[in-house]
Design a protein around this ligand. Structure first.
Ligand SMILES: [Fe+2]
Length: 265
């Protein structure tokens, strides 16, 4: 079996994979799936896939999912355009740590992001927070406490305000709140990760006392610098991450930026 060449990112938050996705083999796809489960986020530099090639690549990892809040790309229904212009006012889309659509019963397993247009280097980075590492660094007392707890996640959680501008332009007018419960600890290949989307969590199920304290503790622990990496985009780059074991956040910037997003179930 061929071995793909990889390079770990800062703080072991994911890794860079050196390959050409235009000519990817079935064998390499299988290897990438293993790498994704292990490292939670993979970065493929300067790939320049066209939309058909990009959708084909993403479809190897699951069925492209519908995003309930925005309309898709006009020609490619599996692609959602995340765009910000220099002249845009207000806070950008996806600011604040979260995992995608945790308010759904069946959230997308993986998210793909492709850089179509980026502002100058160092602007418009995406932050990633490795939740395997965050779980492993928890005190035993907290690990035991959260083992069987469920979080309640809402589409009206605090990140909702970052969607306002995108919804004005491309929204589906889906104003109904969507809520879902998920276990706060998820296992992937026998490794545990914290699953608690800070942008969506509103309560912990069946916990009356001190739940606010626990949410505050978890969300600040999850986003510590020790588990984080700031990815600087170049045009053509593709990142793919596991929504079960990685949090991400857009950063605040002023400039023209356009990304194509695909989520798969
Ligand atoms: Fe996101």
């Amino acid at each position: 079996m061929t071995k793909l060449s990889i390079e770990l990112s800062e703080n072991n938050v994911g890794c860079y994979v050196k390959t050409n996705l235009k000519n990817i083999t079935h064998e390499e796809i299988q290897e990438i799936k293993k790498l994704l489960n292990k490292h939670s986020v993979l970065f493929f530099k300067e790939q320049h896939l066209n939309p058909q090639e990009y959708i084909r690549f993403a479809s190897n990892f699951g069925k492209p999912a519908e995003y309930p809040m925005l309309k898709p790309h006009k020609d490619f229904k599996d692609i959602y355009v995340i765009e910000r212009k220099k002249s845009d006012k207000g806070i950008g889309f996806g600011i604040g740590a979260h995992t995608d659509s945790s308010y759904m019963n069946n959230p997308p397993r993986f998210t793909f992001l492709q850089a179509i247009q980026v502002p100058e280097e160092g602007k418009g980075n995406t932050l990633f927070y490795n939740q395997f590492l965050a779980y492993e660094a928890l005190p035993n007392e907290i690990k035991n406490k959260i083992e069987n707890l469920e979080g309640v996640f809402s589409s009206q959680g605090k990140i909702a305000r970052t969607r306002v501008q995108r919804e004005v332009e491309h929204g589906t007018n889906n104003t109904k709140e969507i809520r879902s419960k998920h276990k706060l600890v998820q296992s992937i290949d026998d490794r545990k990760a914290i699953y608690c989307s800070p942008g969506h969590i509103v309560e912990i199920a069946n916990q009356n006392s001190d739940q606010k304290k626990l949410i505050d503790f978890l969300t600040s622990h999850q986003t510590k610098k020790d588990f984080s990496f700031s990815f600087a985009w170049k045009k053509g780059d593709i990142a793919v991450w596991s929504n079960k074991s990685m949090l991400h956040a857009a950063t605040i910037y002023n400039g023209d930026r356009k990304m194509f997003r695909i989520t798969v179930q």
